[in-house]
Design a protein around this ligand. Sequence first.
Ligand code: EPZ
Length: 422
Amino acid sequence: MYMYKVVGGQRLVGDICAGAAKNSALPVLAASLLSGGEVSIKLPDLSDVDDMLGILSCLGCRIKREDDIAVIDPSCADRWVMPEKLSKKIRSSIFMLGPILARNKNACFTYPGGCEIGLRPIDIHLSGLRQLGIDIEESSGMIHCRGNLIGARLHLDYPSVGATENLMMAGVLAKGETVIDNPATEPEIVDLARFLKSLGARIKGEGSSRIVIEGVKSLGSSAEVFCPISDRIVAGTLLAACAGCGGDIYVRDARAHDMTAIIHKLRQMGCQIIVSDGIRIRSSGELSSFRDIATYPHPGFPTDMQAQMAAIACVARGTSSITENVFENRFGYVNCLKKMGADISVHGRTAIIRGVKSLEGAKIEARDLRGGAALTIAALAAKGESEIGGVEYIDRGYSGFENMLSSLGADIKREICTKRCL
Ligand code: EPZ
């Protein structure tokens, strides 16, 4: 177990890269099962990525890793039972259902289970697969799917990111045409389609309110290394950290077009943001409230950034509110912010934050990925020293987060944590 030791108060200055997007790399790894031969993918160094590669290996894929490139050969991937310990370990295992069914006409899974941020049901995934001709039996926590995928016209009750990815991958090798109305339009959906089309898939409308997929008999392989888009949430987290600490950083690979809601709110707080190939932010550290944030599916404000914005709202002038509309339990970080002196209270799905002059360092514990990033941002902006336990959560979505921050001037170190830090 690891913890961060942080001494707050340092300004952040310099250039940094966010790196490849976790939420693009994970579905692209699942999609590698559909390829007709070897594929090479550039991957971020994250524990979720390692777990996903572990699942692919359990299913029979041959995997070679050379630095940050994984070469995956799915030609012997004839297993279709998902190992329980792995499917429960990462939620994103659920969107392997589509590719496994497309390959084997069978798939057997345990429910991926909920996590700190909510129940995270999979009814939209299963309803879509049933409409694509799949028989699904659910008994004692196991899901057994079987059948031939036949194209259909689908309408998602909610624009679920994972369900869109699952059903898009299922449609690629289905017989006939599949239409997905009301899909998710996140940039990672468009990136997954880019990967599938590089293998010969016929997809149109990705990123819009209707995706049309013409099923093909098989996909080819690609000699090109596929490089996922940069991680807009890691980029947004770095921008928020600089906003809270004060400073001047340039995130070289940030894609401003994908981050308009985040940029808008940081400007509302008084940050100067210059968009070029990447994104530059200048902040005095003296912030104003962003008044209110409500999270919605893309292009609304991303739920994966609300915790980080709450952290800097704690030291902004005025009152801010955050309403979490996507997940039902995503304020797990609030008590730790209170321990640091924040004036924050949660009423149902809304957190009300009254800015204070400064936060004080404390011993705190991360309980989920983005909440852990938020606590780190708060510690960087706080007076004095903090110890943050639960860094393994942060490692799921940030590759060497402490190294990124210390390269910008933060006083942060990773240390072995012998006991829970609370
Ligand atoms: C993806 O999760 C991301 N994960 C999440 O990022 C992100 O927060 C989320 O999309 C929303 O943008 C990956 O891409 C690996 P959803 P996913 O299906 O696919 C409900 C992070 O921090 N729902 O869009 O699980 C669900 O309960 C992670 O990087 C159903 O009700 O999100 C939730 O309330 C966290 N039934 C809402 O929809 C379903 O069948 C959004 O879920 C599916 C979802």
